[in-house]
Design a protein around this ligand. Structure first.
Ligand code: ADP
Ligand code: CDP
Length: 223
């Protein structure tokens, strides 16, 4: 029977790495919902929209000509035939994505698309691993498995600094702080991902390697 695994967590908790590995190992589809918010931010900036104009950005969300791969081995994403897989990871997007993600009409539209993809992949691929900020609580509260991946702020900052700047020295940590701490604070005004909701299993990964986290999640899903 079809399987949905819903995974939420703050920035740098490891949810993308873990979700992709789990989908690969179980032969399931994979959806990075954060990439959808990033693609909308990219498109709105490309069109020079005022991100504070709620109605305008909500309309852009409804019009967004987005294609997103659900293959865990191929993270392709395009807007209007422009491949933006790399561009949406740029610092300028990370810095502004929360402005579009805190727009409630935007969230309504992207959640609708996410639920469509989930339904489609349950039929077509036997199931899907979906990760984001509101998957366990709003997008897929009926998922067979719901997991919150957490880690201390210190651990998340160090992981992100290493990933983006190749080092977790004082300067690199300071440069990463806005992308992690400020963004989580903004995002948490519209989503509950800093603590586990009822029925959601929390996994603190601060002192675990990525391999250990993947094993732990496997154990949860196998039951
Ligand atoms: P998120 O999707 O939650 O923002 P990512 O999966 O992108 O997090 O992980 C952020 C960075 O931290 C990546 O470079 C990843 O390889 C690394 N990472 C993830 N989990 C762990 C872990 N348990 N221990 C050490 N590094 C990790
Ligand atoms: O960089 P990180 O992997 O932590 O972020 P992401 O998963 O790529 O998500 C980028 C942004 O999209 C977040 O900072 C949120 O503003 C937004 N987002 C959201 O609001 N709801 C989701 N389900 C997923 C992401």
């Amino acid at each position: 029977s079809p399987l949905t695994v819903a995974i939420d967590g703050p920035s740098g908790s490891g949810k993308s790495s873990v979700s992709r590995a789990l989908a690969r190992d179980l032969g399931l589809a994979y959806l990075d919902t954060g990439a959808m918010y990033r693609a909308l931010a990219w498109w709105a900036l490309e069109r020079e929209l005022d991100l504070q104009d709620q109605a305008l950005v909500a309309q852009a969300a409804r019009d967004l000509p987005l294609r997103i791969s659900t293959d865990p081995d191929e993270q392709a994403l395009s807007v209007d035939d422009t491949d933006v897989t790399q561009e949406i990871r740029q610092t300028r997007i990370s810095a502004q994505v929360s402005a579009v993600a805190t727009n409630l009409d935007v969230r309504g539209e992207l959640r609708r698309r996410q639920r469509e993809i989930i339904e489609q992949e349950r039929q077509r691929s036997g199931g899907i691993v979906v990760e984001g900020r509101d998957i366990t609580t709003v997008v897929a509260p009926d998922a067979e498995h719901r997991i919150l991946i957490t880690a201390s702020e210190e651990a998340r900052l160090a992981r992100r600094a290493l990933e983006v700047h190749g080092s977790a020295g004082a300067e690199q940590l300071a440069a990463t702080r806005d992308q992690v701490v400020r963004r989580d604070a903004d995002d948490s005004t519209v989503s509950t991902f800093l603590e586990a909701a009822d029925g959601v299993v929390a996994l603190d990964t601060s002192d675990l390697t990525l391999e250990q986290v993947i094993s732990a999640v496997h154990a949860l899903v196998r039951g």
